[in-house]
Write a protein of this length. Structure first.
Length: 411
């Protein structure tokens, strides 16, 4: 969560669906009293609690312009138009959210939550200072000056403070933005507690049925679609492997043979090259037998070390899968028991393969998904409620002051 993005994008997934705006018109910034109310509810009175002043709006707007190096008078004009409307909508969203959070008992943070907010705030301030320091102009220093981390931090602090001064934002404002984000999460959790878990389970079951159909009709689509978090075909397994790769010249020659439909020559070449890797294969097998760390073996021997490291549990291989080369796919189901090994040769090299574990969605995984679906249901419920509250309050926005009026000023 970057501070320069918080202003516009915190809770934007809800705000965009709730607070619809009109097409904005770019123009010269009017002389507006900072204390002038530029947005307020008209149907229900909250003694000014929901009122938005021009000062509240403008400091966020100026901050975003400064932090993202935007200029209203250049090609950034269209983006600035959208930005002004997004900012006022988000401020209104936060006002309503805070009001309802107080009503529902979600506003006050626990000691642990307050600590998390403070840590997030400290991290974001530090990140901003570091970013400003990295991007600062040091041309005022004598030529050849070594720019140290301490100098970057000092210059970053100066630049960050200048941005605050120029925009009118304060560090307390940033803290409130982060705090409001946490409050919005508490509001979602308020509705999570009201979700009937059977509804989430039914949603999951329906989704799993769809995934099964996808797998049965097109295994490749299943493999590429990221569906394994929800359902894994019976008999699937995780495979770890060390790839003793052929050199680029050998791979190119094999490919050339394949392109010429000369599979016999391709197979003969790779068998010859695989035989040359026999000693190295024996080293890997011995390292595995001796119980050496898997990560160390990968780094030392495998041409696929980066890819394998990204899947610490191993590669998921499903029956009838099509994601891997045929030799790898077939060999993956040769080992009978977890921990057993096998070896296959493909056009890429020699694969030393280990049956790492059975692949299945555990009960714990399933419960996590149900919780996730419950969260989505709660999120949607809150969005619907926010839409209703927004209609109830019927905010009157001073579009002229904020320069978000339509061309004909009819909306």
């Amino acid at each position: 969560m970057k501070l320069k993005k918080i202003i516009v994008f915190v809770c934007i997934f809800l705000c965009a669906a709730i607070l619809s705006g009109c097409e904005v018109k770019f123009g010269t910034n009017p002389k507006v009293d900072p204390k002038q109310v530029v947005a307020k509810p008209t149907r229900l009175c909250f003694t000014g609690e929901l009122d938005v002043t021009f000062e509240e709006f403008n400091k966020q707007y100026l901050f975003y312009l400064y932090a993202n190096d935007l200029d209203e008078e250049t090609e950034d004009a269209d983006l600035c138009k959208e930005l002004r409307e997004s900012i006022i909508n988000n401020i209104i969203y936060d006002k309503i959210m805070v009001l309802k959070a107080k009503e529902f008992g979600c506003y006050t943070l626990t000691e642990e939550e307050a600590k998390e907010v403070q840590e997030e705030y400290d991290n974001e301030i530090e990140t901003e200072i570091t970013t400003f320091g990295e991007n600062a102009d040091y041309s005022d220093l004598p030529e050849g000056t070594e720019i140290t981390d301490e100098m970057k931090k000092e210059r970053g602090e100066q630049e960050f403070n200048k941005m605050l001064e120029d925009s009118g934002m304060t560090r307390d404002d940033f803290y409130e933005l982060i705090k409001n984000y946490y409050i919005s999460q508490k509001m979602i959790n308020y509705y999570v507690d009201k979700v009937d878990k059977s509804e989430s389970e039914e949603m999951l079951n329906e989704y799993v049925d769809q995934i099964k159909t996808i797998y049965e009709t097109d295994p490749a689509t299943y493999e590429q679609g990221g569906y394994s978090s929800f359902w894994i075909p019976e008999g699937s397994r995780y495979i770890k492997h060390v790839l003793l790769g052929f050199d680029d010249e050998t791979q190119a020659a094999i490919k050339k043979y394949r392109d010429e439909d000369n599979d016999e020559a391709a197979d003969q070449l790779r068998e010859e090259k695989a035989a040359e890797l026999a000693d190295k294969q024996a080293e890997v097998e011995k390292a595995l037998d001796d119980g050496e760390k898997w990560e160390d073996i990968l780094l030392e021997y495998s041409a696929d070390a980066t890819g394998s490291s990204a899947y610490p549990d191993g590669y998921l291989v499903v029956p009838n899968g099509q994601s891997y080369v045929a030799e790898f796919q077939e060999a993956a189901f040769v080992p009978e028991n977890v921990g057993d090994r096998t070896v296959c040769i493909s056009d890429y090299g020699v694969h030393i393969m280990i049956y790492a574990s059975k692949a299945e969605v555990t009960e714990e995984n399933r419960n996590d998904i149900i919780e996730y679906l419950s969260y989505n249901i709660a999120q949607n419920t809150l969005a619907e409620e926010m839409s209703k509250w927004n209609e109830e309050y019927a905010f009157d926005i001073d579009k002229e002051a904020l320069r978000i009026q339509t061309a004909d000023s009819s909306n």
